[in-house]
Design a protein around this ligand. Structure first.
Ligand SMILES: [Zn+2]
Length: 455
């Protein structure tokens, strides 16, 4: 088994992956707050940690991957109010949309996808322990974590306590003993239409405690990898780490692994900035294969630009791999190519370096093409490498490139009817369903046709 290292934010160093239970690796990655369709930036942690799971499984680990859904949150109340629908309905619809959008990435689903709204009992129990141990206090139906009661606070984000701002604004400011404290439970306010009973009164959990509770419920404390976007290091992950350590006397996780942001025109892609491409739109425009390749083209820790150039490069890479696949034959690859396969997996073992691993794939392809002039080359190595990146389907392009079946033709007809009726939301949804079946709609002079996605 290869030694695997990952960059750990807390220590600031590459650390060996030494699982709590040998042979088993547990991963928790923060998922979306479901108040709108997810964008390409939101999709990055889903892609990074789904692919990391595939790699660890390839290396022989039994991996459990948990990606939560934050379905109780201020942003959901605000968005539901603006849309004039109950917040529970908006959260349910957007959870379903998130599942469908990420399903179209075809990376395999996480093993567990807990909802905050279904973990309330565990959240309340965790808050009770924090109060008992003197790390939290209730005031007027709210509960706050007493940051100064936990001396190691700041060890993850490496910030000085006095430079911190929890970002909670004026909300609860008058009830906090210290402005540094953050909310574990918030009393129900007028206009908030979801609330649960708790010993401190009716209300709902704060965002940070939701993740601490969901993670330990499914994985126990001291699990192996806690992932998420680098924008979550502070305050979200700092607070998760503090709560769990204060309540349990043990660290939440062994390694904190953070992915860089997706950037558009030099700025972080974010709904608040307004520079977003929705994932389902990006999937429809680029095809699933090119989008997955685009993500693999950047090291997970670095920011990655969502640019025409990067997307065009990914599309060219898709073509190069398909092209190579057509010249290979099924079966074992020549042993002379094995060192390149090893280099591929070694690159992933060292801080999950997907761009380096991809470069090795193309070196393998060049070498195979050269050898192909003297006889058929088996595709075994390439299939194995691409399988870890969920791109091995590229080698079956010709097999999958037959005629669309009746179900696909029906969806295409329904989409065309919706377009004619100018019901574009339905038309987009049907296009996404076609994409999930592996078909891309091309609108040509003779009307729409279906082509295998990614071609
Ligand atoms: Zn979280």
């Amino acid at each position: 088994m290869r030694q695997i290292t990952l960059h750990d934010t807390r220590s600031g160093r590459l650390q060996p992956l030494e699982p709590r239970d040998p042979g088993r690796v547990s991963i928790y990655a923060c998922g979306p707050t479901v108040y709108g369709r997810i964008h390409v930036g939101n999709a990055r942690p889903y892609v990074v940690f789904s692919l990391l799971k595939r790699f660890l499984a390839h290396e022989g680990h039994d991996v459990t991957f948990v990606a939560n859904v934050t379905d109780v949150n201020d942003k959901i109340y605000d968005a539901a109010r603006a849309a004039g629908v109950p917040s529970e309905q908006l959260a349910r619809e957007m959870t379903a949309a998130y599942m469908a959008d990420t399903e179209a990435l075809a990376l395999g689903r996480p093993d567990h996808e807990p909802l905050a709204s279904e973990t309330i009992e565990e959240i309340v129990a965790l808050i009770e322990i924090l109060i008992e141990r003197g790390h939290a206090y209730a005031v007027d139906g709210d509960v706050y974590f007493d940051v100064r009661s936990y001396p190691a606070y700041g060890e993850l984000s490496h910030r000085q306590v006095d430079d911190m701002d929890q970002g909670e604004g004026v909300d609860g400011a008058a009830r906090k003993r210290d402005p540094l404290d953050f909310a574990l439970w918030k009393a129900q306010k007028p206009g908030e239409d979801t609330a649960w009973d708790a010993p401190w009164g009716r209300g709902r959990p704060g965002w940070h405690i939701e993740c601490s509770a969901m993670a330990e419920t499914l994985l126990g404390v001291g699990f192996d990898i806690h992932g998420g976007g680098s924008d979550l290091v502070f305050p979200h992950h700092e607070n998760e780490a503090a709560q769990t350590a204060a309540a349990r006397g043990a660290p939440l996780t062994r390694l904190w692994v953070h992915n860089g942001m997706v950037r558009l025109d030099g700025e972080k892609m974010a709904k608040s900035v307004g520079n977003i491409f929705l994932l389902h739109e990006a999937l429809a425009a680029q095809g699933r294969d090119a989008l997955v390749l685009y993500f693999c083209g950047g090291h997970y820790r670095q920011p990655i630009a969502y640019s025409e150039e990067r997307l065009a490069e990914a599309a060219r890479s898709v073509e190069r791999i398909r092209d190579a696949g057509r010249r290979l034959v099924p079966g074992a690859s020549p042993p002379e190519l094995a060192p390149l396969r090893e280099a591929f997996f070694d690159a992933l073992a060292e801080d999950f370096n997907t761009p380096k691993a991809l470069a090795t794939v193309f070196e393998w392809v060049r070498e195979a093409n050269r050898r192909g002039e003297d006889g058929a080359v088996g595709d075994g190595d390439l299939r194995e490498m691409l399988g870890v990146l969920a791109l091995d389907g590229l080698l079956d392009a010709d097999a999958a490139g037959g005629e669309p079946d009746a179900a696909a033709q029906e969806l295409l007809a329904a989409r065309e009817a919706s377009r004619v009726a100018r019901d574009f939301a339905v038309a987009d949804r049907l296009r996404d369903e076609l994409a999930a079946l592996g078909w891309e709609v091309r609108d040509g002079a003779d009307g729409p046709t279906l082509v295998p996605r990614g071609l």
